[in-house]
Each structure stands twice: as structure tokens, then as C-alpha cells.
Design a binder for this molecule. Structure first.
Ligand SMILES: [Zn+2]
Length: 132
């Protein structure tokens, strides 16, 4: 059975949901969860979660061992590689990294290439400071 891409929303069933009341999600997210093996399709407009996943933030922080992927220091926030405030898409584990508060604020909604340029400038200035 396949999910109906034209469905307004996809119902989400899970044994651990409050009183068996299904949640809702959208097609792309439901398809992602099915493809990852986190859910099975039970109707063209419904999936059933087969894995109880911890929240995205917890999964990303553990995967990256609480290390900021930009500066290597301790990090306890996650950065959405594609800013959610700019592009209204959902974030998967693959689209997020652990970041320290400073790097996360510095990156904000900037495109990645702009942020990397700023980081590189900063590093070069730090290196020059150490030389002097
Ligand atoms: Zn950082």
C-alpha cells in the first residue's frame, strides 16, 4: 500500500499515543518516516509508527556528541542547515547539526556559504592575533 500524495494530511497512529488518538502530519514527513523504517503505511492516508523515537534535538545532539559542528566546542542547540524560518520544510536528522549557542546565533538564517565565509574570516583574524 502506498501513501496518497494528494491527501490533505496523513493520520499518524502509534500505540503510545495518548488514548489511541491519531496525530496528523503531512505527506513528505510521513513518507520520510516510512522510508526510514520508522512507520508502516496502514491506509493511503494513514501510517503507524513502529519506532518510538526521541525528539529530533535529542537525536542530533547525541549523534554529534554535543560537539558544535562549526567550531568544535560544546554545543547544546541544533542548527537547521536549511533555515526553517525561510523555507517552510520539515527538518530531518540529516538536515540538522549540533551547534553551540554562539555559532547558532551567528549563523541565524544566513545561507551556509555566507556563514562559512564569516567563520573563516573570524578564524583568520584569530590566527593573526596569535601571531602578533
Ligand atoms: Zn560553535
Amino acid at each position: 500500500m502506498k501513501l496518497d500524495p494528494k491527501a490533505d494530511y496523513i493520520k499518524v497512529h502509534a500505540d503510545w499515543h495518548k488514548a489511541g488518538i491519531p496525530g496528523k502530519t503531512f505527506y513528505e514527513k510521513a513518507l520520510y518516516e516510512v522510508n526510514k523504517g520508522y512507520a508502516i503505511v496502514v491506509a493511503p492516508d494513514a501510517i503507524k509508527l513502529t519506532v518510538k523515537l526521541p525528539p529530533l534535538k535529542e537525536r542530533v545532539l547525541k549523534r554529534d556528541k554535543y560537539t558544535c559542528q562549526y567550531c568544535g566546542k560544546y554545543g547544546d542547540t541544533i542548527d537547521h542547515l536549511i533555515p526553517q524560518s525561510v523555507y517552510k520544510i520539515f527538518t530531518t536528522e540529516e538536515m540538522a547539526v549540533c551547534a553551540c549557542k554562539r555559532c547558532n546565533q551567528l549563523k541565524s538564517d544566513k545561507p551556509m556559504h555566507v556563514f562559512i565565509k564569516e567563520l573563516m574570516k573570524e578564524r583568520i583574524l584569530e590566527m593573526i592575533d596569535k601571531e602578533l
